[in-house]
Write a protein that binds this ligand. Structure first.
Ligand SMILES: NC(=O)c1ccc[n+]([C@@H]2O[C@H](COP(=O)([O-])OP(=O)(O)OC[C@H]3O[C@@H](n4cnc5c(N)ncnc54)[C@H](O)[C@@H]3O)[C@@H](O)[C@H]2O)c1
Length: 480
């Protein structure tokens, strides 16, 4: 790795970029004075000649890099995972829904990947897309953000824009990211503070949450508005201009905290509403009412109702995790986030509910859980994707095995399941045939590819956690 103090700033390399002549620009909140260092970056962002560094080439960072490259930006991806970097350099994809031809197309437009953080000093903007998981004690694990900030700090240059995209609690950008960037900066630069714009010696910082919905093909990624909140007005404007290069609309908010909280509100809203329908599902089962039919009927109301659907438990990197970032932070304010806690309690109990219904279903066939052979359909946490993170299927396998069942799985998107943070399964997807050999077929993920009518026909017993067998009438099906 090169020495940070020897790395040349991209300042002064911009002779070809058109530098905005205006010293001030009109924004929604009034006239904004721009120092020369910000005008240069703004001009390059507007012209899409800017160099953008994306750190963390995972589910968020890689598609973002491809979008930026497609729009004409010169994109360099940074990751500590050398394998991912090698794959991208060779034009290979490691994310199911991203095809190799998209990587190759981006490579032709200048997209490259590296593990060498020294190259950050050449970027006009740096976007951080690193993980924000929970610790074993259900507390925010900001070590990835902190370590990345430490690795970035020596390479930050005057006038650069640094944007955090990782989902986190309000205050992270100001309380963690900025202090680490300032402390580790070899040039003694400071984040531009609110108030008069400094002519020299500053960089700009913003937060902009990611809103990707894996597997959603109804909304084009670029049509999802992008919320942007700067540490101060210039950062907001620079970040909004950057994202307007790839998204139809940037939504400017007044601070990084507002942007951070916006993402949490969106995910808490989903988490609480899913918990509500999960609880109502359990009640409806006792009452002999079909909750899915109820939801479909309620969804015909043209105002004031948005449908959420029950399932076997929450999964993915966002909904099971993000709300706890806020409940942890709330304790600093002596505040108990009761909705979040209750929703967590209901949602986390769903895998046990599923296992209870498998036992009930087996019992109906005079079969015990102990010794039963069960085929689980779907390992991914939601349909038509290959993402296993926090999948309730992992918990359900553990619970079924604890009850003495032999569990196999089939998932067209996940041919093998090895080892993760919370599991060590070493399983391989079983071909979907001879279904009569299983005591129970358990539908955990409603992948579109499955032929549910054929599955029901061939199976002895089907437990359906997703209403995937809707419209199929059979005594063999137990919906739960
Ligand atoms: N996956 C989603 O659908 C989604 C949606 C919205 C928001 N988010 C949020 O976006 C953030 C990133 O999530 P993701 O799903 O892309 O995670 P991911 O695990 O798929 O990717 C993160 C990448 O960061 C890399 N990384 C980790 N530490 C690093 C470091 N110090 N320097 C450089 N690279 C490093 C990892 O190697 C990995 O490639 C999280 O905060 C998440 O909550 C994710």
């Amino acid at each position: 790795m090169s020495n940070p103090s020897q790395a040349k700033s991209s300042q002064g390399k911009s002779s070809k970029a058109k530098t905005s002549k205006a010293k001030s620009i009109q924004t929604n909140s009034g006239k904004l004075n721009l120092p020369r260092i910000a005008r240069q970056r703004l001009a390059r962002l507007e012209a899409r000649t800017a160099r953008i560094g994306v750190i963390g080439l995972g589910y968020v960072g890689l598609p973002l890099s491809l979008l930026l490259a497609e729009a004409g930006f010169k994109v360099t991806g940074f990751d500590i995972d050398a394998k991912k970097v090698d794959d991208l350099k060779a034009g290979r994809s490691y994310i199911f829904r991203i095809e190799a031809k998209e990587i190759k197309g981006a490579r032709k437009k200048g997209f490259t990947a590296t593990t060498d953080f020294a190259r950050l000093s050449d970027q006009d903007a740096i976007i951080l897309c690193v993980p924000t998981p929970l610790t074993a004690h259900h507390e925010p694990d900001l070590s990835f953000v902190e370590n990345t900030a430490k690795a970035v700090a020596p390479w930050v240059r005057e006038g650069q824009l640094v944007v955090l995209e990782s989902t986190t609690y309000p205050g992270t950008t100001e309380e963690l990211l900025i202090p680490v960037l300032e402390a580790g900066n070899t040039e003694g630069l400071k984040a531009q503070a609110k108030g008069a714009a400094a002519e020299r010696g500053v960089f700009y910082v913003a937060f902009s949450p990611e809103r990707e919905d894996p597997g959603n093909v109804t909304v084009a990624r670029r049509d999802i508005p992008k919320v942007v909140g700067g540490h101060e007005a210039i950062a907001t404007e620079l970040a909004a201009t950057l994202y307007e290069g790839i998204f139809t609309r940037a939504v400017r908010v007044s601070s990084t905290r507002v942007a951070e909280m916006t993402k949490l509100l969106e995910n808490i809203y989903r988490c609480v509403n899913i918990a509500l329908v999960n609880e109502l599902k359990i009640l409806s089962l006792r009452m002999g009412v079909d909750i899915w039919e109820v939801i479909d009927a309620a969804a015909t109301k043209p105002f004031g109702f948005q449908p959420f659907y029950p399932g076997p438990g929450l999964g993915g990197h966002c909904i099971p995790i993000d709300p706890f970032y806020l409940s942890w932070k709330a304790k600093e304010y002596d505040f108990n986030t009761r909705f979040i806690e209750l929703a967590g309690e209901v949602n986390e109990a769903m895998p046990e509910h599923v296992v209870k219904y498998v036992a009930i279903a087996l019992n109906r066939c005079s079969k015990a859980m102990n010794g039963a052979r069960i085929l689980m359909l779907g390992m991914a946490y939601k349909k038509d994707i290959d993402d296993l993170r926090e999948s309730p299927s992992l918990t359900v396998i553990e619970l079924l095995r604890a009850g003495g069942a032999e569990v196999l799985y089939n998932d067209p998107y996940l041919p093998t399941v090895g080892r993760g943070w919370h599991y060590n399964l070493n399983m391989r997807s079983t071909p979907l045939r001879n279904l009569e050999q299983y005591d129970c077929v358990l539908i955990m993920t409603d992948h579109t590819d499955y032929d549910y009518a054929a599955i029901v026909k061939e199976s002895k017993l089907v437990v359906d956690t997703r209403n995937a067998t809707k419209g199929i009438a059979s005594e063999k099906i137990i919906r739960c």
